[in-house]
Design a protein around this ligand. Structure first.
Ligand code: CAO
Length: 464
């Protein structure tokens, strides 16, 4: 058996590079062209392949070593027939290092025999094509700084083959580099159910369909720094949870949204009047605390009336059955610094406008302070998302599963409305009702909006 020295080949413009990954160990049986180490310059990382098959006898470098062309990588006991003792010494056929860099480097593997007099390497196989690896984002200090996963081309390839999202793998190598061992243990933990990928967590609804069967092409991977400076921020915990829920709901529910306008001129006048009354009463000392009433409280009451008239809007799908709720718990979307939260007004049918307003303001405050309990966010049969305090005209609210409908409300505006004889200035409230087409149909949704409009137009109708 002859021992041959495997050396760092000509690596192009790179005078000295750092060893950032050892891809083989003593005793490994390797194939010709198998990658041995990964080296990194300030511009690129590349893998150094072996031009010979054999068994690794001794590693001649360690992680972090600086190497250059001719540096000894390892001693290899060449496989039978790999070395031809009689052949004159000559450069090995090229075995190109795989480069993850703007420019690929083609370099012959430098090999010298040590155990036998002047052995020469056998002709090496054709170089491995680096093309698929060159398409990967370059690993360089800038890339690390912006949070791109730190991994060699072969590890990236390995991860790609297994469908492992590199960004979610914790690297155990030098400077947090991800190794093939990290990819294996990540895969093992996924298979054992100990963890799941972010995509799976976001796509997997309670019913068990993980969305993988959708046959979608992968999400675009873009190095945004190519186009300008960027900043990366972690999603808050609430954003992550709500994103996963919204994604599932959007993908799983066949949404349709009906838009409508309703005349709230008289209701708004009433709202302003009762708020003034409360203020006066507080000033005169008859009422210690003033509860401000907003349009949302009336909307909650109006929706309760509409849900009573159209019970399928207050239902949930359960397998082959529809669960029709006989309680009226209404969720309302609250915008908080950490993301969207949906507190619930329980038994809204049994509460008055002041009580609902009071509870809403307490729950909205708790939401903004991050103090809502799970019980305060559960049990809704229908949800309202009001952007009325902000603006806009119409939008498509996403249904809050397992509910089957949600009402979106935007800012009311004074508009000219034809009364049959003349245009009258009326305060119009834009409504956007999203509904689950598995449960509700368009005619039912239109009727719901019309009825809601009638109630908001003349609130005495809730008594009928
Ligand atoms: N038209 C015109 N003005 C409206 C209105 C409407 N439809 N709805 C509310 N307003 C007014 C209020 O009267 C109040 O006016 P004043 O300051 O003059 O008294 C102002 O807008 C602010 O109201 P508010 O937002 O504080 O109160 P609210 O009861 O309407 O809403 C809450 C409470 C918690 C729902 C709201 O603050 C909020 O967070 N909204 C955002 C919901 C959201 O993000 N939805 C999107 C979900 S999808 O991403």
């Amino acid at each position: 058996m002859s021992l041959i020295e495997i050396k760092v080949p000509d690596i192009g413009d790179f005078a000295e590079v750092t060893v950032i990954e050892l891809m083989v160990k003593v005793g490994d049986t390797i194939k010709a062209e198998q990658s041995l180490i990964t080296v990194e310059s300030d511009k690129a990382s590349m893998e150094i392949p072996s031009s010979h098959a054999g068994v690794v006898k001794e590693l001649k470098l360690a992680l972090g070593d600086k190497v250059k062309e001719g540096s000894l990588v390892l001693l290899l006991e060449a496989a039978e027939g790999a070395v031809q003792p009689s052949a004159p010494a000559q450069p090995a056929a090229p075995a190109a290092p795989a480069v993850v860099a703007p420019a690929a480097v083609a370099a012959p593997a430098a090999v010298a025999a040590v155990a036998a007099p002047a052995p020469a390497p056998a002709p090496a196989p054709a170089p491995a094509a680096p093309a698929p690896l060159a398409a990967e984002p370059a690993h360089n200090p800038t890339a690390s700084a912006i949070g791109l996963p730190h991994a060699s081309p072969s590890v990236r390839k390995f991860a790609r083959e297994l469908g492992v999202p590199l960004a979610e793998v914790k690297g155990s190598g030098l400077k947090g580099r991800i190794t093939d061992i990290d990819i294996r243990s990540f895969t093992r933990s996924i298979m054992s159910g100990a963890t799941q990928t972010t995509a799976a967590a976001q796509a997997k609804p309670a019913g068990g369909n993980d969305g993988a069967g959708l046959g979608l092409i992968p999400w675009p991977q873009v190095d945004f720094t190519k186009f300008g400076p960027v900043e990366r921020k972690d999603h808050s915990r609430i954003k992550r949870i709500s994103a996963a829920n919204l994604h599932r709901n959007w993908v799983m529910i066949p949404h349709v949204t009906n838009h409508d306008d309703c005349d709230i001129t008289d209701l708004e006048a009433f709202r302003v009047a009762i708020n003034l009354e409360s203020e006066k009463s507080a000033k005169s000392g008859n009422n210690a605390s003033v509860v401000k009433v907003t349009m949302l409280a009336f909307l909650i009451k109006a929706c309760v009336a509409a849900l009573k008239k159209f019970p399928e809007f207050n239902s949930s799908i359960d397998g082959e059955q529809l669960v029709l709720k006989q309680y009226y718990h209404i969720g309302f979307a609250a915008d908080t610094p950490n993301g969207l939260m949906v507190p619930v007004i329980k038994d809204a049918d049994k509460k008055g406008i002041f009580q609902i307003s009071q509870q809403m303001s307490e729950l909205a405050k708790k939401a903004r302070d991050g103090k809502l309990s799970p019980a305060e966010m559960s049990g809704a049969g229908f949800t309202i998302s009001s952007l009325g305090g902000i603006g806009g005209r119409y939008f498509t609210p996403i249904i809050n599963a397992p509910e089957v409908a949600i009402l979106g409300v935007c800012k009311s505006t004074m508009e000219p409305v034809w009364d049959g004889k003349a245009f009258q200035p009326r305060l119009m409230l834009p409504l956007s009702l999203s509904w689950d087409h598995r449960v509700i149909d368009g005619a039912g949704a239109a009727r719901f909006n019309v009825y809601l409009g009638q109630i908001l137009g003349d609130f005495r109708r809730v008594l009928l």
